[in-house]
Design a protein around this ligand. Structure first.
Ligand SMILES: CC(C)(COP(=O)(O)OP(=O)(O)OC[C@H]1O[C@@H](n2cnc3c(N)ncnc32)[C@H](O)[C@@H]1OP(=O)(O)O)[C@@H](O)C(=O)NCCC(=O)NCCS
Length: 372
């Protein structure tokens, strides 16, 4: 059978799958997560409860919450040779590449690797939710030839993730801000990395392999890599007076400004960016931080006026990371760590209703060439 003529570059607007996990209801400015509004979830529940909702399909009862949390935290020790493997990677490597190597290493130590049953993939989910923050946080220390920082049993999941990064016990305000940041990053319908993951899973390969493919996708500057690029961009501007000329010069050169635009809501606000801007403002305590806030809001104003573009999540998540004392090179790996809950949910859903992805092409090459 020859394919139909319809071709949409980048699959723009194409419905690629059915899912009960999430949906971007652009008209109502709502990110629907299994029936709930993502922003309401971020305001009222913690990240692990939302991870349970994504992976298990329902909000946890107190008992389920306790056993899910225990299952995740039980995996927060170094497994096998992972720490050594990471210590042997090139020290100038990208931390997303440390992460994908860590995931591949974990796969080789999973006795259930090729078991796609809901029980086995739930065990894998708990293991990954425990291991990924350890790998992400400690890749930074390992890359900089520092000792690893292991979780403190006194702290909860998100507070420990932040503690393993900074080595400093966070305040309640910092832990809550970081937990909300993880939650807003946890799931977002069908971005490139989730699509990559379900395409890979549709061959019935293992869950870790699908996640490794998603790390490669999410690293790209048009996707998860934008949050790092945003922070470097604003620091490069140096002063508030430089924001407007800096942006106008880049736009005149037809360059893309990181942190603006989105394939789904190009000319509407991203609800996640609105929440992150609010958190950013709450974390401002000094005149320098106030100045940074004004630089970001000036940038938003210029982009709205010049291009009619709204900031996306990465624009206002970047300064939240920054004020939490997180090194810039960790911004994208943390995005992945948060998104692992959504990715695992989609991979499990793919296994449960699998149909191999195998699209066709519109051929633009030569035909009927003759060999001499
Ligand atoms: C996310 C993104 C890739 C979506 O792109 P897309 O759906 O392919 O959008 P298009 O390339 O069709 O852009 C449509 C128009 O908006 C402009 N545009 C989109 N994002 C822009 C940006 N960040 N800076 C400047 N112009 C932008 C394009 O130049 C184009 O303008 P034109 O019609 O005058 O040529 C794009 O907005 C982008 O590159 N953003 C910056 C990277 C980023 O923040 N990524 C994180 C996403 S959450």
């Amino acid at each position: 059978m020859n394919p139909s003529d319809e071709y949409r570059p980048g699959l723009e607007g194409v419905v690629a799958t059915e899912t009960a996990i999430s949906f971007l209801d652009v008209d109502h400015e709502e990110i629907v997560i299994r029936g709930y509004d993502l922003i309401a979830l971020a305001r009222h529940l913690d990240y692990l409860s939302v991870a349970h909702l994504l992976i298990e399909g329902c909000l946890p009862s107190p008992g389920e919450n306790a056993s899910f949390t225990k299952g995740v935290l039980g995996h927060q020790t170094w497994e096998g040779p992972i720490e050594n493997v990471l210590r042997n990677l090139a020290p100038d490597g990208h931390l997303m590449d440390f992460l994908r190597t860590g995931l591949s290493c974990l796969a080789t130590y999973d006795p259930d690797l090729d078991d796609h049953s809901t029980d086995a993939t739930l065990r894998q989910a708990l293991r990954l939710l425990g291991q990924i923050p350890m790998i992400v946080a400690n890749s930074y220390h390992i890359k900089h030839q520092q000792p690893s920082i292991l979780p403190d049993p006194e702290l909860g999941y998100s507070a420990n993730f932040l503690y393993m990064i900074t080595g400093r016990k966070p305040t309640i305000q910092e832990s809550q801000a970081f937990d909300q940041l993880l939650t807003v990053y946890s799931e977002h319908e069908m971005p490139n990395s989730t699509f990559a993951a379900i395409v890979i899973a549709s061959t019935l390969t293992d869950l870790y392999g699908a996640l490794v493919g998603a790390t490669a996708s999410l690293k790209g500057p048009l996707h998860g890599g934008a949050n790092e690029a945003v922070m470097r961009m604003v620091l490069d501007m140096e002063t508030i007076d430089q924001v407007e000329p800096w942006l106008l010069a880049k736009l005149a050169a037809k360059e893309r400004i990181m942190g603006f635009g989105h394939r789904v809501y190009m000319h509407q606000p991203d609800p996640r960016a609105v929440l992150m801007k609010e958190l950013f403002q709450q974390l401002v305590h000094t005149p320098e931080q106030e100045n940074l806030f004004e630089m970001f809001t000036r940038g938003e104003m210029v982009m709205q006026r010049e291009k009619g573009l709204y900031p996306n999540l990465d624009y206002y998540a970047a300064p939240v990371y920054y004020l939490l004392g997180i090194p810039i090179e960790l911004y994208t790996p943390i995005f992945f760590a948060a998104r692992s809950a959504g990715l695992i949910a989609h991979i499990r859903e793919q296994y449960a209703h699998n149909r191999l992805f195998r699209p066709r092409v519109r051929y633009t090459g030569a035909r009927h060439l003759q060999l001499d």
